[in-house]
Design a protein around this ligand. Structure first.
Ligand SMILES: NC(=O)C1=CN([C@@H]2O[C@H](COP(=O)(O)OP(=O)(O)OC[C@H]3O[C@@H](n4cnc5c(N)ncnc54)[C@H](OP(=O)(O)O)[C@@H]3O)[C@@H](O)[C@H]2O)C=CC1
Ligand SMILES: O=C(O)CCC(=O)C(=O)O
Ligand SMILES: [Mg+2]
Length: 741
């Protein structure tokens, strides 16, 4: 008998966490038959807060630091982790989670927005570890392989999702800075040998302030770049004037969650430029109150609550006045009056831009109607790809999911590559001067003249992940017999350094019969789209940010959502992490569950990830039963797609729980029908029979639960008993599953 192996199933937030309450009992029951333990690991936002403040909690309320344990596991060759998406918290979300935990009796400290004392600074630093994208960069000790499996693509062709029509007259477009942004100032070097560098600021008075010391490895690529605060603010003002003149709606698309230091600052400038009159008039008062535009206009609403009613009304009146002379702004929720600038985590570029493009290039205005939009994305580095796609749709019309090919991605992300690892090397300048990168021997590697308010950052990309990324690209090209394009822009200093390495490492592989090329971003996306509308597939091999953007952009066009992607992270130490989908944690879905007890979250990403995870367990531990479980799970998923048993968006129809029931039934049927393993056949035959015979009863029980509000006792840390009850409402199904054990 093989040794008992372990799959770690992460417990996260929002919709995927809710889905876990229903899916995990099924997975545990099936996996046990192959002697596999499925262990959960709580990396939810609430869990991470508690783990970081264990010393503030009573002994019975302490939790272990699961993220740290998982991070260690990624370095082990036997790691097998199914990673669901988690909240990357903005400051307002973090504060809401803290308040909820405090109300539940957890004695965690308040978030110090303006820390003064050493104690406050220490608390703030600890919360800094929880803020923003704090999980993925820690666990992603491998590069990324994301694609639509054949069965999923076939499903999308058979049941195409709706696509908004494109008009040649559409005024929608992407707008980005033409100078003064990171792209314009990027400098890049490759370390010839390992060495220490200092990132330092030299003031006008010659004073040197060391901001950060880094130990760089041989072959490591280091970039430095900055965004001019003045030019950014001028750019925002210009975009607003342009919208005012042309009548096009204004929207902002950044990634304040993942780019947790630089993008909230960019977002904050957008807020204080759009509402300039208000910030000019009340600047001093807002400073006293602690208003922070980086947290959105909601920060004003929040902080003025302490003022007398009349003064609050005056400020609200002035905010309202702004709308009369500023262009219309895209809404997140027009019914509730929540705009694009409300909080920084509502509009996240990787998901928001494809949603807009899929929607005829339009977003929703304050009257709830769709309108042409200027999509403002200050950083021009990557914004141009969206303009290319918009142009393409204007010329060729919307993409057709029935005929279009696919653009899978091989993304460089291991060891916090590129911008996504830049947070501890990102600084908002407090004075005019020079930022420079200096070797230990005093050699200046690069420098930039900066002004107060500018955002300067450095990015690191290690050599080993680059080499691994090239290998992964060649492997995928070979295995899928698909052309692969490295998206490397000759205009970018960083990409020129990368290109040298790509050319070098490609030589390590047998490339015979493969079609591998290197292109700038504009050309790469154009060629990929031209091939795509002719039904052809093209692998995009990209850096970390494009990985993120493209793995929502193309899947949302092809499949309607990125949740249906197979997302594998072959860990460099030999283990595997299987991410579910490429999308997020869908907060709107939780709202629908609470109001109507319907969960439209599609767990397809979880099904796909689990099948690979089981198969890998089987291969690595020589466990034939595990392999068979993986194979039959894949077949069951195919059947589920074929029979259209994915969750519906409408309350009263099959939802997440119903789709889990069908998965279990098809999986049991597959196991009962196979003859490779008679023990498994005998074990699952009774379950297959019970579920098949009781299909109508179970679906009726599941659907009958819907339509009424439910209480799960919390948002960030819901009550496990209440949530489990809500997520497992069919007694017939629960009993059948229990009988398997
Ligand atoms: N890997 C990770 O850990 C990731 C985490 N995130 C986090 O997720 C949160 C929300 O991010 P956001 O950018 O708004 O994007 P999401 O990907 O959560 O949502 C965008 C929309 O996509 C649809 N969608 C996404 N996943 C599914 C699914 N499994 N089933 C059905 N529909 C789905 C939903 O559309 P509709 O509402 O129309 O049904 C949803 O509203 C943030 O906290 C973000 O940081 C984001 C990306 C990755
Ligand atoms: O970690 C995050 O905040 C988001 C990750 C993400 O969007 C992705 O990897 O596609
Ligand atoms: Mg993403």
């Amino acid at each position: 008998m093989p040794t008992r192996s372990k799959i770690i199933y992460t417990f996260t937030d929002e919709a995927p966490a809710l889905a876990t309450y229903s899916l995990l009992p099924i997975v545990e029951a099936f996996a046990a038959s192959a002697d596999i333990a499925v262990e959960t690991s709580d990396i939810s936002l609430a869990g991470r807060i508690l783990a970081n403040f264990a010393d503030h909690l009573d002994a019975d309320k302490r939790v272990e630091d699961s993220l740290a344990a998982l991070a260690e596991l990624t370095m082990q060759p036997d790691a097998n982790i199914v990673k669901l998406p988690n909240i990357s918290a903005s400051v307002p979300q973090l504060k809401a989670a803290i308040a909820e935990l405090q109300a539940l009796g957890y004695n965690v400290p308040n978030y110090p927005e303006d820390p003064q004392t050493d104690a406050e600074k220490e608390i703030r630093a600890r919360y800094g570890k929880v803020l923003g994208s704090a999980v993925n960069p820690v666990l992603r000790e491998g590069n990324s392989d994301r694609r639509a499996p054949a069965a999923v693509k076939a499903y999308a062709r058979k049941h195409p999702h709706s696509m908004g029509k494109w008009s040649k007259a559409s005024q929608s477009h992407a707008d980005y800075m033409r100078g003064g942004d990171f792209f314009s100032s990027e400098k890049s070097i490759t370390m010839e040998k390992a060495g220490d560098v200092r990132l330092e600021f030299v003031g006008k008075d010659g004073q040197v302030q060391v901001k950060k010391q880094l130990s760089l490895l041989e072959g490591e690529v280091l970039d430095g770049m900055f965004m001019s605060c003045k030019k950014l603010r001028d750019f925002f003002e210009d975009t607003l004037q342009d919208c005012k003149e042309t009548g096009v709606m204004w929207s902002l698309h950044v990634k304040a969650t993942m780019m947790k230091i630089s993008h909230p600052i960019v977002f904050g400038h957008a807020v204080s430029v759009y509402y300039k009159d208000v910030f000019d008039k009340y600047g001093k008062l807002f400073d006293e109150l602690g208003v922070n535009p980086n947290n959105g206009i909601s920060s004003v609403y929040d902080k003025i609550k302490s003022l007398p009613a009349s003064q609050q009304e005056e400020i609200l009146h002035d905010i309202h006045e702004v709308y009369s002379h500023r262009p219309e702004m895209a809404m997140v929720d027009s019914v509730k009056g929540i705009t694009n600038l409300h909080i920084p985590s509502d509009v996240i570029v990787d998901a928001s831009m494809p949603a807009m493009i899929r929607n005829s290039g339009q977003m929703w205005g304050k009257d709830g109607k769709q309108k042409d939009t200027k999509a403002v994305m200050p950083e021009s580095t990557y914004a141009r790809i969206y303009q290319e796609m918009i142009n393409f749709c204007k010329t060729n019309g919307a993409f057709d999911p029935v005929t279009m090919g696919s653009v899978p991605n091989v993304g460089l992300m291991a060891q916090q590559a590129e911008e996504y690892g830049s947070h501890d090397k990102t600084f908002e300048m407090t004075a005019d001067g020079t930022m420079r990168v200096v070797l230990a021997d005093g050699t200046v590697l690069m420098q930039h003249e900066v002004e107060k308010g500018d955002i300067w950052r450095a990015c690191q990309t290690k050599d080993a992940p680059i080499r691994d990324w090239v290998k992964l690209a060649v492997t995928r090209a070979r295995q899928s017999n698909t052309p692969a394009i490295f998206w490397l822009d000759p205009e970018r200093a960083h990409d020129r350094e990368l290109q040298k390495k790509v050319e070098k490492y490609l030589k390590e592989h047998d490339l015979s019969g493969l079609d591998i090329s290197i292109m700038g971003y504009n050309e790469a996306i154009r060629v990929s789209m031209e091939r795509m509308i002719r039904g052809r597939d093209t692998i995009s091999v990209t850096g970390n940010v494009l990985r993120d953007y493209l793995t929502d952009l193309f899947p949302i066009m092809e499949l309607g959502t990125s949740a249906k992607m197979l997302s594998i992270v072959p860990l460099m130490a030999g283990g595997g992490m299987y991410e579910t989908g490429a999308g997020g944690s869908a907060p709107k879905h939780v709202q629908q569950l609470i109001e109507e007890n319907h969960l439209r979250w599609d767990s397809l990403g979880e099904f796909l990830a689990l099948a690979v995870s089981l198969e890998e367990t089987g291969i690595k531990t020589n466990n034939a039963k595990a392999k068979l479980l993986g194979k039959t799970l894949d077949a069951a998923t195919g059947k589920l797609l074929d029979n259209n048993k994915s969750p519906s968006r409408k309350t009263g129809e099959l939802d997440n729980r119903g789709s889990h029931f069908y998965l279990a039934m098809y999986w049991a049927q597959e196991l009962a029908a196979q003859t490779e393993d008679l023990e498994l056949q005998a074990r699952f035959a009774p379950l297959a029979k019970t579920l098949t015979e009781n299909e109508a009863t179970i679906v009726a029980e599941l659907n009958a639960a819907q339509g009424k509000p439910v209480d799960i006792g919390g948002y960030y840390r819901s009550n496990p008993e209440l949530t489990s009850k809500v997520m497992r409402p069919s007694q017939t199904f629960n009993n059948a599953l229990a009988a398997l054990r």
